[in-house]
Design a protein around this ligand. Structure first.
Ligand code: HEC
Length: 652
C-alpha cells in the first residue's frame, strides 16, 4: 500500500511539474515578447532582462510591475479603447508569470530556451528617400534633458511622406522623440520640455523605444511643404551625462498625387470652454475644450499633449443628433515621458457637426512629483518646461466613401527571435481591429486554419498575411523564419522501469550521429553521464538531452522506481534549523562538502526551488517566495542522487 501511494505521488508530482511554467518553456518567451525591446544591453531601461538569472533575481519586483500595469509602459486605459501596437501584456501572460514565481521560478532546461530576439539598429524602411540626422550631441547633465533640433529637408517642391521612422543614435539614452513639421521660420527653443517654441509646429509622430515606424494608409500621405523644417524634440533619460547621440529621422516619400492627411491640434487653447489655461499654485484644476466639426471626416489617430503638471486626459466625440459617444483615448495617469500618437485600429468616421471634446486635469501641488517648480508657482500657457499646454493633435482627412474600410497597418510583428531551434515557435501578429479577416501563408501557400490576427510559427520560410476589410485587401511584406534542425531526443523503453534492490537498469537514448548526450535525474544533470546509454541506479525521472552542434533537444521524462531514494526522509546525520522555519533555513554538517545542490520540494515531489551549495560547513538558504506549509529539503550529490531528505515546516 505504501508503495502504491508512493508511486501515485511521484506521478502526480510529475504531471504537476509539466504544468508548472519554466523559464525555458514559457517565461523567456513572455519576457522577450514584452520587455527586452527596452530591457536589454544597450537599451533604454536601466537594467537588462535577458537571462534567467537577471529575471529570476528580481522576479517579485517584475511581477508587481506587471500586476500594477506600470510595465510595459502604456498609459491609455485598455478598457476605454484599443490601439495599434499597444504595449499591453495578455492577462494569461501575467498569470503565467505569477505561477512561475509561486513555483519558485524553475529554470527548466536552459539549453532549450528560446534565443534573445535580434534588435534592429538601422532603418526598417528599406531605403528612405529623406534621412536627416542631428549633429552629434553630448549630454551635459545628470538629470532629464529635453532638446529641440531643427533639420532642413531641402526640398524645393512639396512632397508626400508615406512613412516616418526615428532611429535613435544611442538607444541607451534616447527616451522619447517627438517629430514636428514646421514650414515657418519662427525661432525655436533649443532646450526645455515645452513645445518647439514655434506655435506653427505640427506634431507628426512620436517615438519611444520599441516603437514601430508609422506607415500612412495606402493612397494617403502627410504633405511636406517646400523647404520645410523637421523639428525633433528629444528627451534624454537621467544618467546620460557625458554620452553622445546622433538620432536620425527617416521618411519614405511619394510624389504622386495622394490624399493628404492633416495633422493639427484641433483641440487647443482657443477652444477651451473654461479657459484660459491658468493653474494657480497648490491647486488641482480641470479644463475642458470642444470643437464642432465643419465637415464629415475620417480620423486616424489622436495625440494629447500636456507638460509636467498633466495628471489625466480624456478625449471623445459626440455625434450631432444622437449624441452617441465615440471614444478616442483616456490616459488616467498622464506621464510626460510616455506620450504617444495613439493609432486607431479602424479609422473613425465623424459625421459633420460632431463635437470633439477633451477634459484634462492638472496637478500644481507639491504631491505631483513632476512639478517643475518647488514650491509650486502660478502656471499659464506657454512653450517652456515651466509652462503648460492643453493640445490634442488629430491626424484626419475629409471623408471619402469607403474610408471605414481603410486597412490601417499591414505589417507583421514577430514577438521574439526569428531564428531559433526546432521545437520552439514565435508568435507573429498582424493588426487587430473590427471586421478584419486574415489568411496566413507560408512560402505562398495558404496555411489551413491560420485565420486569426496572429499565429504561432515554428517552421522555416517566408510568412505573409493577407488582410481583408470590406472591399479592401492587402498582403503584408514577408517575415522570414530560420528554424534550425534539432536532434531526436528519446529514451527507448527499458527492460524494466523497476530497479532491482541494490542494482541498476540500463537506459538508452535513440541513436543519432555526431551528437552529444547528457542524462538528467529529476532535472539535475548527472555528472559524467554523457553516453548514449546510462546505467540507472536511482529512483526518479530521467531525461536525456541531445545536442547536434546547433540545437539541443530534451526527451520526455521516464520514471524509474524501486531503488533506494524515494520521497521518504533520508535521515543521514545532518542538521537543519530552525524547524519550523520562517524566512531562512540553516544547514550544518559534513554532507555539505559532498552535495552540489539543494532542492525544496512539495510533499508530492514537485520541485519548488533549487540552488547550489557552496561547500561551507554552515550556510543558510532563503525561503522567500515559498508559502507556509510542509516541504522536503533535498541535498543532491554529484550523480543527481539525493543524499539527504528531510521534512520541514514553514510557519510565519
Ligand atoms: C518601451 C520600453 C520598456 C518596455 C517594453 C518595458 N520597460 Fe520596464 N522600464 C523602462 C524604463 C525606461 C524604465 C525606467 C523608469 C522609467 O523611465 O519609467 C523601466 C523600469 C522598469 C522597472 C522599475 C520601475 C518600476 O516601475 O518598478 C521595472 C520593475 C520594469 N521596468 C519591468 C519591466 C517588465 C517586467 C517589462 C516587460 C513585461 C518591462 N519593464 C517592459 C522601459 C520599458
Amino acid at each position: 500500500m505504501k508503495r502504491i501511494l508512493f508511486i501515485f505521488s511521484i506521478i502526480y508530482g510529475l504531471s504537476a511539474l509539466s504544468q508548472t511554467p519554466t523559464w525555458s518553456n514559457d517565461v523567456a518567451k513572455l519576457i522577450y515578447g514584452n520587455c527586452t525591446s527596452c530591457h536589454r544591453t544597450g537599451g533604454i531601461a536601466p537594467f537588462a532582462l535577458e537571462t534567467y538569472e537577471e529575471v529570476s533575481n528580481m522576479a517579485g519586483w517584475l511581477q508587481q510591475a506587471m500586476e500594477d500595469k506600470r510595465m510595459p509602459p502604456w498609459t491609455p486605459d485598455e478598457d476605454y479603447k484599443h490601439f495599434v501596437h499597444e504595449r499591453v501584456m495578455a492577462p494569461t501572460e501575467i498569470t503565467t508569470f505569477q505561477q512561475w514565481v509561486a513555483a519558485g521560478m524553475p529554470s527548466g532546461n536552459l539549453n532549450i530556451a528560446p534565443p534573445l530576439p535580434v534588435y534592429e539598429s538601422g532603418s526598417q524602411l528599406g531605403s528612405p528617400e529623406i534621412s536627416l540626422s542631428i549633429p552629434t550631441y553630448t549630454v551635459a547633465s545628470a538629470s532629464d534633458v529635453y532638446r529641440n533640433f531643427e533639420l532642413f529637408v531641402g526640398n524645393s517642391t512639396a512632397t508626400n511622406a508615406t512613412a516616418i521612422e526615428v532611429v535613435p543614435g544611442n538607444s541607451s539614452i534616447v527616451h522619447h522623440v517627438l517629430v514636428f513639421q514646421d514650414s515657418t521660420s519662427n525661432p525655436i527653443n533649443t532646450g526645455g520640455a515645452g513645445g518647439t517654441g514655434s506655435d506653427a509646429s505640427q506634431l507628426l509622430y512620436s517615438y519611444v523605444p520599441g516603437s514601430s515606424p508609422y506607415f500612412t494608409p495606402v493612397g494617403t500621405g502627410f504633405r511636406l511643404a517646400p523647404n520645410t523644417r523637421i523639428i525633433l524634440q528629444i528627451h534624454y533619460a537621467p544618467g546620460s551625462n557625458g554620452l553622445s547621440d546622433a538620432t536620425t529621422v527617416n521618411f519614405k516619400t511619394d510624389n504622386s498625387p495622394l490624399r493628404k492627411i492633416y495633422v493639427n491640434p484641433i483641440l487647443n487653447h482657443s477652444n477651451m470652454t473654461n479657459g484660459p489655461l491658468i493653474i494657480p499654485a497648490n491647486q488641482v484644476k480641470t479644463f475642458n475644450s470642444e470643437y464642432t466639426t465643419p465637415i464629415k471626416s475620417t480620423v486616424l489617430y489622436a495625440f494629447p499633449h500636456m507638460h509636467l503638471l498633466g495628471k489625466s486626459v480624456k478625449v471623445w466625440s459626440n455625434a450631432p443628433t444622437t449624441n452617441d459617444t465615440t471614444r478616442f483615448v483616456w490616459v488616467p495617469q498622464w506621464d510626460f515621458h510616455w506620450q504617444d500618437n495613439f493609432i486607431f485600429p479602424n479609422s473613425v468616421i465623424l459625421p459633420l457637426g460632431s463635437t470633439i471634446q477633451a477634459q484634462a486635469v492638472y496637478d500644481n501641488t507639491t504631491t505631483n512629483p513632476n512639478n517643475p517648480s518647488s514650491p509650486p508657482v502660478l502656471v499659464t500657457a506657454g512653450e517652456s518646461t515651466t509652462d503648460e499646454m492643453f493640445l490634442v493633435f488629430f491626424a484626419y482627412m475629409p471623408f471619402s466613401p469607403g474610408d471605414q474600410y481603410l486597412i490601417i497597418d499591414k505589417r507583421i510583428s514577430p514577438k521574439g527571435a526569428t531564428t531559433f531551434c526546432q521545437g520552439n515557435t514565435v508568435r507573429l501578429e498582424a493588426i487587430n481591429g473590427d471586421g478584419y479577416t486574415y489568411q496566413w501563408y507560408l512560402n505562398g501557400a495558404a496555411l489551413p486554419g491560420e485565420t486569426n490576427y496572429f499565429m504561432e510559427a515554428g517552421t522555416s520560410g517566408d510568412y505573409t498575411v493577407s488582410i481583408t476589410l470590406g472591399p479592401n485587401n492587402v498582403v503584408s511584406d514577408p517575415v522570414s523564419l530560420v528554424v534550425n534542425d534539432s536532434p531526436v531526443a528519446q529514451i527507448q523503453t527499458p527492460s524494466s522501469t523497476d530497479i532491482p534492490v541494490g542494482g541498476s537498469v540500463m537506459l538508452s537514448a535513440a541513436a543519432g550521429t555526431g551528437v552529444q548526450y547528457q542524462w538528467y535525474l529529476n532535472g539535475n544533470a548527472i555528472a559524467g553521464a554523457n553516453n548514449a546509454t546510462f546505467d540507472a541506479p536511482y529512483n526518479g525521472a530521467y531525461t536525456v538531452e541531445v545536442f547536434n552542434g546547433t540545437c539541443y533537444a530534451l526527451s520526455d521524462p521516464l520514471l524509474m522506481t524501486g531503488g533506494v531514494t524515494g520521497l521518504e526522509e533520508l535521515n543521514t546525520s545532518f542538521e537543519i534549523s530552525p524547524n519550523p522555519a520562517q524566512y531562512f533555513l540553516q544547514l550544518r554538517g559534513v554532507l555539505l562538502g559532498k552535495a552540489l545542490l539543494y532542492a525544496i520540494r512539495e510533499l508530492n515531489g514537485k520541485e519548488l526551488h533549487k540552488g547550489s551549495i557552496n561547500g561551507m560547513n554552515d550556510q543558510s538558504i532563503s525561503l522567500d517566495h515559498i508559502a507556509n506549509g510542509t516541504y522536503l529539503l533535498d541535498l543532491i550529490g554529484q550523480q543527481g542522487e539525493v543524499l539527504y531528505r528531510k521534512r520541514f515546516v514553514i510557519a510565519r
